[in-house]
Write a protein that binds this ligand. Structure first.
Ligand code: FAD
Length: 440
């Protein structure tokens, strides 16, 4: 085992592999460590839909180049092979507990898709081949335990292994241990915890085709979110159950949903073919992603998630920044690459994608607080919204439309408006933080 590298990347997810590709393509020695045994296998829940391909996201436009079977970022020039199937998704149907519906997109399949369903395991396999061909050393079953920063280098400790590197890239995702070890979390706010059970199902009877279907339901008065996304092949769907409530039994929620009169017909022939799960802390994002020669990329520095497209771009850009910083050192010229990356992170993520907006979509059942309120508000917003599955865009569209119906709510349901106003005046993070208080 070679113990000295220019760069050690912690985490072989989408962000880490693209960071490794960027550094290695500039001729530097790179090691990637990951705790998983089979690096392309996915056991943590992911919707496995790439979004949003119909608008700029993190300053770029993502698309699938079908001719060459590559995933491409048109503006940055980043591309890599993807040999799996894809399916275009055009509409997002979001249901209230009483089955009133918000619809994003009109179902027009001649327009741009709002998301691309794909196979994440195949993408990771393709990315692993790509980095291996760039002579990156990959260490599976190597779990990061601690960092020892020193002058001009960092020692990464992973169990009984040690790696010395000039720079480290932390790409170990949500609940990042590297971020914790660097002391960032003392200044981040723990907003809520997310608990997820999901499975691939066959035999699902979808009410809409080539669409994303979501719903809010309540179990013992606690909000539970349902996501249903078509898989790229066959008749498989990805069925996700999410809650911020630690007291919700996700197995009970599964039975509740699949037998509930609202959805029972969809699930009557459904067969669970593969299980996944996730538990994640939702924290306020990191503002300055570089400390002690360690650069944070991907979900490790985010408020819960950047979506795969955002994670990959931060990985790629972060990798290029570290490669450039290493060149600066070799040439003895004043450093600026890492600061440029930090500025990009600040301007592109922190300032453009306000985490409170992201939380608004997640917190919808808390902001509208009761099934009856959600049903009523959704009933006022029947007209389809423009096509999007981007949570940040959706919250803007929703907010604008809500403003327009406020006079009607004031007239029809003044008492409800009073209740709504209370929550809507609060930061979504404060509303969601009440779920933490519930647990303690
Ligand atoms: C419920 C849910 C649904 C989602 N749905 C979607 C979706 O539909 N579309 C979308 O684009 N995104 C979705 N996401 C988000 C998406 O999964 C992430 O944004 C993306 O995977 C982040 O990539 P990453 O490389 O930053 O982190 P990750 O994919 O989390 O990769 C981190 C890697 O680090 C490794 N690791 C972690 N800790 C250590 C350690 N201590 N030592 C060594 N290795 C370690 C892990 O094994 C993993 O391989 C979803 C997330 C959740 C939780």
């Amino acid at each position: 085992m070679k113990e000295r590298y220019d760069v050690v990347v912690v985490g072989a997810g989408p962000a880490g592999l693209l960071a490794a590709k960027a550094v290695a393509q500039n001729g530097f020695d790179v090691a990637v460590i990951d705790r998983k045994q089979d690096l392309s296998s996915v056991s943590r829940t992911c919707g496995q839909s790439l979004l949003p391909p119909n608008e700029y996201f993190f300053g770029d436009i993502f698309h699938y180049n079908e001719k060459d079977k590559r995933f491409c970022y048109a503006s940055t020039g980043l591309s890599f092979p993807y040999t799996g199937a894809v399916k275009n998704l055009y509409t997002w149907h979001m249901h209230s507990p009483g089955m009133n519906k918000l619809q994003f997109g009109s179902g027009d399949e001649n327009g741009a898709p709002i998301a691309l369903s794909y196979d994440k395991e195949i993408m990771l396999k393709c990315l692993l081949e790509e980095v291996r061909s760039n002579h990156v050393d990959i260490f599976p079953e190597t779990e990061f335990t601690m960092l020892q920063p020193g002058p001009g280098s960092v020692v990464v400790v992973a169990g009984d292994k040690q790696f010395q590197a000039t720079s480290v890239i932390a790409a170990d995702g949500a609940n990042s241990r590297v971020v914790e070890a660097l002391g960032y979390n003392t200044n981040r706010r723990l907003i809520a915890n997310l608990y997820v059970k999901s499975c691939f199902i066959k035999g699902f009877n979808p009410p809409y085709k080539n669409s994303i279907i979501t719903a809010v339901t309540f179990l013992h008065d606690k909000p539970v979110y349902i996501f249903l996304l078509p898989r790229p092949e066959d008749d498989e769907w990805n069925f996700l159950i999410l809650t911020l409530e630690g007291s919700v039994d996700l197995e009970e929620a599964y039975t509740h949903i699949t037998t509930h009169p609202n959805y029972a017909d969809w699930f009557k022939n459904a067969e669970n073919v593969r299980d996944f799960a996730a538990i994640e802390s939702i924290l306020s994002p990191i503002i300055k992603p570089f400390r002690n020669n360690v650069l944070i990329v991907g979900d490790a520095g985010a408020c819960q998630e950047l979506e795969c497209l955002g994670a990959m771009l931060t990985g790629w850009k972060g990798g290029l920044a570290i490669a450039t910083a290493l060149k600066e050192q070799q040439l003895g010229i004043p450093p600026r690459a890492v600061d440029q990356y930090s500025d990009w992170w600040l301007n592109t993520y922190i300032k453009q994608y306000d985490y409170q907006d992201y939380l608004s979509i997640f917190g919808i059942a808390y902001i509208f607080s009761q099934p009856e309120i959600i049903d009523y508000v959704f009933s006022l917003l029947k007209e389809p919204f423009p096509p999007t599955f981007n949570p940040y865009t959706a919250v803007g569209l929703l907010g604008a439309r809500l403003q327009g119906v406020m006079p009607r709510i004031m007239q029809e349901r003044p008492e409800m408006l009073q209740q709504l106003a209370g929550k809507m005046m609060m930061f979504p993070s404060d509303v969601m933080a009440e779920t933490l208080e519930d647990i303690s």
